[in-house]
Design a protein around this ligand. Structure first.
Ligand SMILES: Nc1ncnc2c1ncn2[C@@H]1O[C@H](COP(=O)(O)OP(=O)(O)OP(=O)(O)O)[C@@H](O)[C@H]1O
Length: 452
C-alpha cells in the first residue's frame, strides 16, 4: 500500500483529506507543521508527500528541498493558492512532480496522486535502459527522450547550432529561462557527439550545499572527514570520457569556481583526502538562467571560468518567443501523456488552443507539459476542454478579453506600469504580479522603452 504524508497547517482540511485518501486505499500520515513533517519523513520512507507551499514559520520550497535531500525518489505534489503560481513553477523546478491549485475536488487530487505514483513506477522500470536523444518534428512515438526541434526560425537556428557544435569538443554554455529545455539540449549535444557511448553526468549546482561541493565534484577517500565512511567517486570521475553537465552554474561559490577552473585547466583532479592525481577527460556543458556576463561584471562569477565554459553559447528561446511551435509541442506532450497514462485523448478544443496561444507560459515547456498531462488525466472524452486546465492558465486570458478593442501593446504597457507601481518598483515582485519572469519583464521594459 503506497505511503503518503500530508503537510498542511489547516488541521480540519488535512484530516478530511486523510480520511478520503485512506478510503481510497492509501496509508496516510499527517503533519500540521514543517518540524513535525521533517521528523516523519526522516523516520519513514514515503512514496508521496502532499504539501502546502505556505506553512507557518517555514518556507515551503525549503521543505521540498529537505524532502528531496532525504529521499530523492519521494514524489511531491504542492498545494497552492491561485496567486502562487510562480512559486509553484519554482517548486517544480526544485523537483516537485506537480502542483494543484486550491480549491480542488477529491477526484482531481486522486488523479494527480495516481499519476505521480505511476510515474515513479515507470521510472523504476525505465532505469537501466538508455535511449538516445533523437531530434525530430514528428510525434508518432513520443518517448521520454525524443527532442522536438520546432518549426519557428528561432528553433531552426537553435537546432543548426546544436548540430554544428555537438561533434566538437568545445565547451558549451546554454542559456534560457527555466523549463525551456536546457538539460534536454545538453543531453542532445552529448548524444550527438563522439562521447555518446560514455557517461552523461548531470549536476544541479544550485542543489549542492557549498560545504560538500568539493567532495561531490572530486570525490573523497574514506576517513577524510566526518561522514566519509567509504571511498567515493565524484562527478568528474563519473563523467570521465563523457560529458559533465553543470546546471545552474551561476550558483557555484567563488571557491568552487576556482577549483572547477583548475580541474578544467589541468585536466587532473584529486579526491578530498588523497594526494593521488587522476587524469580526467571530460567535455563540459553548462547551463544558466541568469545573466552570467552581469555576474562577471559585478564580480560574483570569475571571468576566466566564464571564458573557459563559454567556448560556444546557445540561447534557448522562451516558449512565448516561439509561439509558432506551440501546437507541435502541445501535440507531442499530448501523445506523451496519453502513453504514460494509458489514455487516448485526441486533441484540444478551439477554446483551449486559443487559451494556450494567449497564455505567457512562465514555466515554458515544462509548464506546458505539466498542464497537458494534468488535462489528459482529467479528460474523459476525446478532446481537452477548458475545464481541464488549471484556472490560472485561462484566468489570465479572461482578464485580457476586454482589451480586444485596444492595442495589445498599450494594454501591456499599462499593465506593466501598474504592476511596477503596485510593487513599489520592485521588478521581481512586479514580474510575479504579472506572472512573467524577471527577464521577460526587463525585455518588455526595454522593448517599450519605459522610462522608470
Ligand atoms: N525540444 C524538446 N522536445 C521535447 N521535450 C522537451 C524539449 N525541450 C524540453 N522538453 C521537455 O520540457 C521539460 C523541461 O526541459 P528541461 O528540464 O531540459 O528544461 P531546463 O531549461 O533545463 O529547466 P530548468 O531551467 O528548470 O533546469 C522536460 O520535461 C523536457 O522533457
Amino acid at each position: 500500500m503506497p505511503k503518503l504524508l500530508i503537510i498542511e497547517d489547516d488541521a480540519a482540511f488535512c484530516q478530511m483529506l486523510q480520511k478520503f485518501l485512506i478510503r481510497n486505499g492509501y496509508d496516510v500520515d499527517v503533519s500540521f507543521t514543517a518540524q513535525d513533517a521533517k521528523t516523519k519523513f526522516k523516520a519513514t520512507t514515503y512514496n508521496l508527500v502532499l504539501t502546502d507551499l505556505r506553512l507557518p514559520n517555514y518556507d515551503g520550497l525549503q521543505l521540498l528541498s529537505d524532502i528531496k535531500d532525504v529521499n530523492p525518489k519521494t514524489q511531491v505534489i504542492v498545494m497552492t493558492g491561485y496567486a502562487e503560481v510562480t512559486s509553484a513553477v519554482e517548486a517544480m523546478k526544485k523537483g516537485a512532480y506537480d502542483y494543484i491549485s486550491k480549491p480542488f475536488t477529491p477526484e482531481e487530487i486522486l488523479m494527480q496522486i495516481k499519476s505521480a505514483l505511476n510515474q515513479e513506477a515507470d521510472r523504476q522500470l525505465d532505469s537501466g535502459t538508455k535511449e538516445s536523444h533523437k531530434f525530430e518534428n514528428t510525434v508518432d512515438e513520443p518517448s521520454e527522450n525524443r527532442v522536438v526541434v520546432g518549426l519557428s526560425e528561432a528553433s531552426k537556428k537553435l537546432h543548426e547550432y546544436i548540430k554544428l557544435v555537438a561533434p566538437t569538443d568545445m565547451s558549451v554554455l546554454i542559456t534560457g529561462e527555466s523549463g525551456t529545455g536546457k538539460e534536454v539540449t545538453a543531453r542532445a549535444i552529448h548524444d550527438n557527439s563522439k562521447r555518446k557511448e560514455q557517461s552523461f553526468v548531470a549536476v544541479d549546482c544550485g542543489a549542492i550545499p557549498k560545504e560538500i561541493a568539493t567532495s561531490e565534484f572530486f570525490g573523497h577517500v574514506k576517513g577524510s572527514f566526518t561522514g566519509a565512511v567509504e571511498d567515493k567517486k565524484g562527478h568528474f570521475e563519473a563523467a570521465n570520457g563523457g560529458t559533465l553537465f553543470l546546471d545552474e552554474i551561476g550558483n557555484l561559490s567563488y571557491e568552487n569556481q576556482i577549483q572547477l577552473l583548475r580541474a578544467l585547466q589541468e585536466r587532473k583532479i584529486k579526491r578530498v583526502g588523497s594526494n593521488k592525481e587522476i587524469d580526467v577527460d571530460i567535455r563540459i556543458v553548462t547551463a544558466t538562467n541568469e545573466d552570467l556576463t552581469e555576474a562577471v561584471e559585478n564580480g560574483s562569477f570569475r571571468e576566466d571560468l566564464f571564458h573557459r565554459i563559454n567556448e560556444f553559447s546557445v540561447e534557448i528561446p522562451s516558449l512565448e518567443d516561439r509561439v509558432e511551435d506551440l501546437p507541435l509541442f502541445a501535440d507531442f506532450f499530448l501523445r506523451k501523456a496519453n502513453r504514460s497514462l494509458g489514455k487516448n485523448v485526441e486533441g484540444f478544443s478551439e477554446d483551449v488552443k486559443d487559451i494556450f496561444r494567449q497564455y505567457h507560459w512562465p514555466g515554458n515547456l515544462r509548464e506546458l507539459q505539466n498542464v497537458i498531462k494534468r488535462a489528459v488525466l482529467l479528460t474523459s472524452g476525446n478532446t481537452v476542454e477548458k475545464e481541464a486546465l488549471p484556472k490560472e492558465v485561462y484566468r489570465s486570458k479572461e482578464s485580457n478579453v476586454n482589451v480586444d478593442n485596444f492595442s495589445k501593446a498599450d494594454y501591456e504597457k499599462e499593465q506593466i506600469v501598474k504592476a511596477l507601481k503596485q510593487s513599489n518598483f520592485n521588478k521581481s515582485k512586479a514580474a510575479k504580479l504579472l506572472q512573467i519572469t524577471r527577464k521577460t519583464l526587463y525585455n518588455k521594459i526595454n522593448h517599450y522603452n519605459l522610462d522608470l
